[in-house]
Design a protein around this ligand. Structure first.
Ligand code: ASP
Length: 587
């Protein structure tokens, strides 16, 4: 028997028991006549003790053990004289009578501690060692519990988990497909699914009215912050439902997860904002509602008084930062630099200090009377002591900058509390997005999203003005899920493809199977997918989804541990009828 107990299990009540433990050596300390070893496994750490006086031979042997050796130790559970209240096993230690080295270890390239001395890349290369560290272990265990609770919830609500294939034909979800060459059909390719979208809709046609799956999705996207080429979704679809049924079901899922995993009771229903409201009030379709600081449109009350930057602006908006009227020149300059960063793009920042004595001080004192500025302050519901920050410019640019500034101020004022969770549904997204570059419409969600029935007529005259019953779930400014009511009518789907620039043949070739299925009694249906990695990282309080994935890719989409992507042999290429172009102009 390798072990009678785990390294996290023994307590004071176990004193006097003869036990056997197996695990890794976290650290060892020689203190005069004693040697202490912390033995670690997934469950915790237990202290082993060796005594030079009572068993010098064993103690000398123990002193030769190195970090990360795997050993098996037998001994007596004994009360510690020097208890460690920070360790669940801290009241006891094992006085070892025998031990065996099960496998030695070379010195690990970084310390296996909560705070490691290893850099990112090194820890990625030795991910199997990094995964031994507590923070990552806790994240993976959390992920497991969340997957189990997700399944529990769906199971209790009549959903069935059904697997869908990975070798498919491309589904356009806005990214490039990863493709897999076929050996049997030279020159032909499978695509890896960007999501199981069409399959889950086919399952609805097949009558499985409540489907879910915790599933890998693959998207060959350009490198963006915190994206992984393969990631996991909680993917769902339901038949005979309206938008409210879907939002209700998935609020329930999140509530269940918050309750069972974090012990937090979420109030329901979750707040809702339409896409347009979210953009106007927060400059973003994924606002962080942990704090207020809404954006006010000041265009009509500010324009027309002679300040040049305002006169030419399409839009002028402001936010009110509470209790910041004492911001120094230096702090205000830093904020100005912040909004002028190229990725934010504002031309400048105007401030009005609404001082505690009720007076105002501003960058634009010359152009406006104090009374006027107090009036603007009031529009922003400012109180004496607050700081008003104003940005002017093209509306989308100014709103984006105000959004970033709001988040920055929220951060500075400690209003983005990691332990507070505020959910939100953003609804009524536009159906289509016009792309100036390619001069065509793109589906804002995906091409299977239905227009709002009451706006159907507008589809021919003003497609850009049509909205969809499409919704995103946002928590603390992070988009964790999104979905829509789908088209279930063959004619409408055909029309949608046409609007998106597909010829009839292209649409038939790519999606004939779906349109065909719609001819055989497709029920009204809709669904949603949650980014599982993202939900777990939110629960774990991690910034990056990498920290909740066992074996992620690095920022350049490489797996540096197994060293891939990598070449394949000439034989494999031949089998697949492939030849590598040496001078590919795309590279
Ligand atoms: N397939 C969609 C996505 O991956 C989600 C959905 O519409 O259900 O974003």
């Amino acid at each position: 028997m390798y072990r009678t107990h785990t390294c996290g299990e023994l307590r004071f009540e176990d004193s006097g028991k003869e036990v056997t433990l197996s695990g890794w050596i976290q650290r060892s300390r020689d203190l005069g006549g004693m040697t202490f070893i912390d033995l670690r496994d997934r469950y915790g750490i237990t202290q082993l003790v060796f005594n030079m006086e009572t068993d010098p031979g064993l103690c000398r042997k123990a002193r030769q053990l190195g970090r990360e050796f795997v050993i098996q130790a037998e001994g007596l559970v004994t009360e510690r004289s020097n208890k460690n209240p920070n360790l669940p096993t801290g009241d006891i230690e094992i006085v070892v009578s025998r031990f065996l080295v099960l496998n030695p270890s070379v010195t690990p390239p970084f310390t296996i501690e909560n705070e490691s001395d290893g850099g990112d890349e090194l820890r990625m290369k030795y991910r199997f060692l990094d995964l031994r560290r507590n923070p990552l272990k806790e994240n993976l265990l959390l992920r497991h519990r969340m997957a189990m609770e997700t399944r529990n919830y769906f199971n209790c609500h009549n959903f069935v988990e059904i697997e869908t294939p990975f070798l498919i034909k491309s589904t356009p979800e806005g990214a490039r497909d990863f493709v897999v060459p076929s050996r049997i059909f030279p020159g032909q390719f499978y695509a890896l699914p960007q999501s199981p979208q069409t399959f889950k809709q086919l399952l609805m046609v097949a009558g499985y009215d409540r489907y879910f799956q915790i599933v890998k999705c693959f998207r060959d996207e350009d490198l963006r912050a915190d994206r992984q080429p393969e990631f996991t979704q909680i993917d769902c679809e339901m038949s005979f439902v309206h938008q409210d049924d879907i939002l209700d079901t998935f609020e329930g899922m999140l509530k269940h997860l918050f309750k069972t995993i974090k012990g937090i009771e979420m109030d329901r229903p979750f707040p809702r904002l339409t896409y347009e409201e979210a953009m106007e009030l927060y400059g973003s379709d994924k606002p962080d509602l942990r704090f207020e600081m809404k954006i006010s449109n000041l265009t009509s009350i500010i324009k027309g008084k002679g300040f040049p930057a305002f006169e030419t602006a399409e839009y002028i908006g402001g936010i009110c930062a509470p209790n910041c009227s004492d911001y120094s020149r230096k702090q205000l300059d830093a904020l100005t630099e912040f909004v002028k960063k190229p990725q934010i793009g504002a031309k400048g920042l105007i401030y009005i200090k609404y001082n505690t004595d009720g007076s105002v001080k501003s960058t634009i004192d010359k152009y406006y009377a104090s009374d006027a500025m107090i009036q603007w302050a009031e529009q922003l519901q400012a109180k004496p002591g607050d700081l008003i920050l104003i940005i002017a410019g093209l509306k989308p640019v100014a709103l984006k900058a105000l959004c970033e500034l709001r988040l920055e101020m929220g951060g500075r004022l400690n209003l983005r509390d990691k332990n507070k969770f505020v959910p939100l549904w953003v609804t009524d997204f536009p159906l289509l997005e016009w792309d100036e570059e390619t001069h065509r419409f793109y589906a804002m969600h995906h091409p299977f999203t239905a227009p709002k029935p009451e706006e159907m007529e507008k589809l021919d005259i003003d497609p850009a003005g049509v909205h969809a019953n499409a919704y995103d779930c946002v928590v603390n400014g992070v988009e964790i899920g999104g979905g829509s009511i789908r088209i279930h009518d063959e004619k409408l789907q055909e029309k949608m493809f046409r609007l998106l620039g597909f010829t009839e043949q292209e649409a038939k070739k790519q999606f004939g199977f779906l349109m065909q299925a719609f001819l055989y009694g497709a029920p009204p249906h809709g669904g949603i997918a949650f980014g599982f990695d993202r939900v777990v990282s939110l629960f774990a309080g991690e910034e990056s989804i990498r920290d909740v994935i066992a074996f992620p890719k690095n920022n350049a989409a490489r797996d540096v541990m197994i060293d891939t992507p990598s070449g394949i042999s000439e034989d494999q290429l031949n089998e697949l009828s492939l030849k590598i172009k040496k001078d590919n102009p795309a590279n």
